[in-house]
Design a protein around this ligand. Structure first.
Ligand SMILES: Nc1nc2c(ncn2[C@@H]2O[C@H](COP(=O)(O)OP(=O)(O)OP(=O)(O)O)[C@@H](O)[C@H]2O)c(=O)[nH]1
Ligand SMILES: [Mg+2]
Length: 231
């Protein structure tokens, strides 16, 4: 009896969330904004990746919504680089949801079409369960987390449209079994490209930025400057 009730409550929460997420997606698409839900465990390099992706997307406007349980450290770091960033604090919740993002989208002063990166709360589990109005899901993982993560935390890997394997500069110092990682990942997700990147050497971010701007152009959003960034 208990279990049955719990499932129906969760279904209601997801239905309500998804309803708002569809609305956010429509609003953003209308504005020419392509939204990327950036997911990954704490400290994998989400904010560092955003700085590097945005630097490679210079021909397009970029906006950021930062999701953290507490603090505005990440939003401040991005603003210091001249990036328009809005901070959400969840004060305990381990993921962003559509109502929180809807409020942030209303507060963000978009001055033209472009890419909206939404950095989710650092967590490899819960963010994958909630749609927040994004056009694509970007999963960031690292060689330092271990190569067994697709096997242990499947949903994020299954749902990702693009995967960045970060911190490859540290490969000589860690035992990362790439074949094992890819085998686990491809059992869940056959299509998402996996791009090796490093926030230290900057490798891989130009390719990742091109993938994002290409997807945005396909979607019909953030088309200004796409041809330039693809050069
Ligand atoms: N060696 C190395 N360090 C990196 C790389 N990318 C990020 N870091 C470092 O990893 C730490 C965490 O990076 P962040 O970008 O703050 O990670 P995050 O995922 O945004 O962290 P949270 O928002 O707290 O979940 C920082 O000390 C970064 O300098 C990388 O490619 N190589
Ligand atoms: Mg961060």
């Amino acid at each position: 009896m208990h279990d049955i009730r719990k499932i129906s409550v969760m279904e209601n929460i997801h239905d309500e969330n998804d309803h708002i997420a569809v609305h956010i997606n429509e609003e953003l698409t209308e504005k020419g904004i392509f939204a990327v839900n950036v997911m990954g465990a704490p400290g994998v390099g989400k904010t560092t990746a955003l700085k590097n992706l945005i630097a490679n997307l210079k021909a397009l406007k970029s906006y950021v919504i930062e999701g953290d349980i507490e603090s505005d450290i990440d939003a401040q770091a991005l603003r210091a680089l001249g990036i328009k960033a809005f901070q959400i604090n969840t004060f305990g919740a381990c993921h962003l949801d559509a109502p929180l993002v809807h409020n942030a989208v209303r507060n963000l002063d978009f001055d033209g079409e472009g890419i909206l990166f939404i950095e989710n709360v650092g967590n490899l589990v819960c963010p994958a369960e909630f749609s927040i109005g994004e056009h694509c899901k970007l999963l960031i993982c690292t060689v330092t987390e271990g190569s067994d993560k697709p096997y242990k935390y499947p949903l994020a890997f299954e749902k990702a449209d693009l995967i960045l394997l970060n911190k490859v500069d540290l490969l000589p110092h860690v035992d990362f079994d790439e074949a094992f990682f890819m085998k686990g990942l491809r059992a869940l997700n056959r299509t998402a490209p996996v791009i090796k990147v490093s926030g230290k050497t900057k490798e891989g971010f130009a390719e990742a930025a091109d993938w994002i701007s290409g997807r945005a152009a396909e979607q019909g959003t953030a088309t200004h400057g796409h041809s330039h960034s693809a050069l």
